[in-house]
Design a protein around this ligand. Structure first.
Ligand code: SF4
Length: 342
């Protein structure tokens, strides 16, 4: 019989698991520490539980950490890890070391339903939801786990199309009994799925990033079909109901496409759309993908666009591209080919 997995369980869930073994309540906290903080890979390592308790637990459960099956390394030091996922599928995460921070770009789904025109994961289509344990496994099994300082949910998938699992993962990531990450070091990125965003805004303190890419309705629909169901104006109206002047931040991602969303008219419309909302715009390079007519802008064009936004009073920065040579940069993650072979 297949054993159940411990990672991905919250403290009350761990407590529920161990009740049948007659273990005291504090044992759940100890188990959480072993699996989330002390990096235990096997239940036999839980040395402050009795040998009998460990044996009983190990008969029904395993910790469930599984190492990445492949790593690709970029010339800039970025590493792309491949993990197994449900249904003989695979999922990727990108580790991006930097001078001041080391970031893991985490995936929440295998593929994605949302079909953004500029994204390889979107082209792959949706294949599976990741469970809480599979989301956390990307962090717990990371060879660089000890050096990790920041997490961004910007890998494969739309986090708020898997809200329940993502919210539980955030709880375990930030809890005292869990990985004890500061919510100020975690950013969740969404195209603006309002129901999941509302849950996140109410129940989490992590930062939010919204993929914007165009302030105009028709144009955004072409780039991001989600605009038909959740227009960006409604997303902004929702965000304006929350305070952003403390430590929690909201930012907008804006890939600059030549001849599409790079005009002074776009700058004016962005200024009007974001008026009254304390936020930052991250300008990003487009990484060319197959079967797409979209073209990226040069670095000089990004600088010009940034300066125009700054002159309008918007805080805008240019995000450095990382891992493009190993297809780990933004919008390039895809396991379509490897899934086909499996
Ligand atoms: Fe999905 Fe995000 Fe890619 Fe859009 S950009 S298709 S939401 S993974």
């Amino acid at each position: 019989m297949r054993k159940e997995i411990l990672i991905g369980r919250t403290l009350p869930e761990l407590h529920e698991c161990i009740q049948t073994y007659g273990l005291p309540r504090f044992a759940a906290k100890e188990i959480a520490r072993w699996i989330y903080q002390r990096g235990a890979r096997d239940i036999s390592a839980f040395t402050n539980l009795s040998k009998t308790a460990r044996e009983q637990l190990a008969a029904d459960f395993e910790i469930g950490i599984s190492a990445p099956v492949k790593v690709s390394e970029s010339v800039d030091g970025t590493k792309k890890y491949l993990y197994t996922a449900p249904g003989n599928k695979f999922v990727e995460a990108a580790y991006i070391p930097g001078k001041k921070r080391n970031t893991l770009c985490v995936s929440s789904q295998v593929g994605c339903k949302l079909g953004c025109a500029f994204c390889m994961t979107g082209k792959q289509g949706f294949q599976a939801q990741l469970s809480v344990g599979q989301i956390l496994n990307q962090i717990l099994s990371l060879p660089e786990r000890e050096e990790l300082t920041n997490l961004v949910f910007m890998g494969m998938g739309e986090p708020f199309d898997n809200t329940e699992a993502v919210m539980k993962a955030l709880e375990i990531l930030t809890a005292d009994y869990g990985l004890h990450f500061s919510p100020r070091r975690i950013t969740v990125s969404t195209v603006g799925l309002i129901p999941g965003m509302k849950t996140f805004l109410e129940e989490s303190k992590c930062h939010l990033a919204v993929s914007l890419h165009s302030p105009f309705d028709d144009e955004r629909r072409q780039l991001m079909p989600v605009q038909k169901s959740y227009p960006v104006q409604e997303v902004i109206d929702l965000l304006k109901l929350y305070p952003w002047d403390g430590q929690r931040r909201v930012s907008f991602e804006y890939i600059l496409f030549r001849g599409i969303n790079d005009t002074p008219g776009h700058v004016n419309q962005l200024a009007s759309l974001l008026d009254g909302l304390k936020c930052r715009i991250n300008l990003m390079h487009f990484h060319t993908i197959p079967d797409s007519e979209l073209k990226g802008c040069s670095n000089e064009e990004l600088i010009q666009f940034r300066d125009r936004l700054n002159r309008k009073g918007l805080i805008a920065t240019i995000r450095e591209s990382r891992g493009e040579d190993i297809l780990a940069a933004c919008g390039l993650l895809s396991t379509k080919e490897v899934n086909k072979k499996s």
